[in-house]
Design a protein around this ligand. Structure first.
Ligand code: DGL
Length: 261
């Protein structure tokens, strides 16, 4: 049996990445940690996120992980460098899709929905510097959205009101392309589609991250060769709450264990 791939996020948002990994690499065994006891990362100091990311990475490696995916833009901004210098294995992070959005926009105006932590990070500033020189970028922090998704509220009145408030300034600015720069937000696409003009494009990075992981593992000839992979879940929050939202966010039920770190 091949060693698993460890995936984690501040909560259940990373399931939007996990489903792309599963789709692309159904033979791989997957381990998923939701750090829901500490969610939202987006409003927390980077030192705390680094500390949590190190603890979770150690846990996943103890479970046998041969590669790690930070299915979280905020944790990548705060902790990917430290993880890469600490652990010798493929470590895939993710960042808002500025490069593809700059290529996709027709009017040169791109909006970024992300957490406060991501938008304030040095990594994000460097990303804009590198890929957004020829476009105008409007950023919008979105406190509160992550908590709605954690509760499984993907289309209720509260999440709609928040989204309306956050996309309004971006629409006023004339953005024709919006980046979903947090892994919780792809679950809100159906509601966003409802409220946005049809020509506004929504861009997220789950699939690109899955492809990058596949390429990295393939380089070393380390892709699982046969069988159907197993998926295991842990939460540092309430495992029952996560088990309750799995059918909606993951598409099927699953057992969730309490994360011991
Ligand atoms: N899902 C995370 C991200 O991609 C962070 C959400 C949060 O905990 O604030 O940024």
């Amino acid at each position: 049996m091949s060693a698993p791939i460890g995936v984690f996020d501040s909560g259940v948002g990373g399931l939007s990445v996990l489903r792309e990994i599963r789709r692309l690499m159904p033979r791989e065994n997957l381990l998923y940690v939701a750090d829901s006891g500490y969610v939202p990362y987006g409003e927390k100091p980077p030192e705390m996120i680094r500390e949590r990311s190190l603890r979770i990475a150690e846990f996943l490696i103890e479970q046998g992980a041969r590669a790690l995916v930070l299915a979280c833009n905020t944790a990548t901004a705060a902790a990917v460098n430290e993880l890469r210098s600490t652990f010798d294995m493929p470590i895939i992070g993710m960042e808002p899709a500025v490069k593809p959005a700059a290529a996709a926009t027709r009017n040169g105006k791109v909006g970024v929905l992300a957490t406060t932590g991501t938008l304030q990070s040095a990594k994000f500033a460097a990303l804009l510097d590198r890929f957004a020189r020829d476009v105008k970028v409007f950023t919008q922090p979105c406190p509160g959205l992550v908590e709605c998704v954690e509760q499984g509220d993907l289309q209720g009145a509260q999440v709609r009101a928040l989204l309306q408030r956050y996309v309004e300034p971006l629409m006023q600015a004339g953005c024709d392309t919006l980046i979903l720069g947090c892994t919780h937000y792809p679950f809100l696409k159906p509601v966003l589609r409802d409220m946005l003009p049809p020509d506004v494009q929504l861009i997220d990075t789950g699939e690109a991250v899955a492809r990058q992981l596949q390429a990295r593992l393939g380089e070393n000839g380390r892709l699982a060769a046969a069988g159907t992979g197993d998926v295991r879940f842990w939460s540092s929050g309430d495992p029952q709450l996560m088990a309750g939202v799995l059918p909606v966010l993951w598409g099927r039920p699953g057992a969730v264990a309490k994360l011991p770190v």
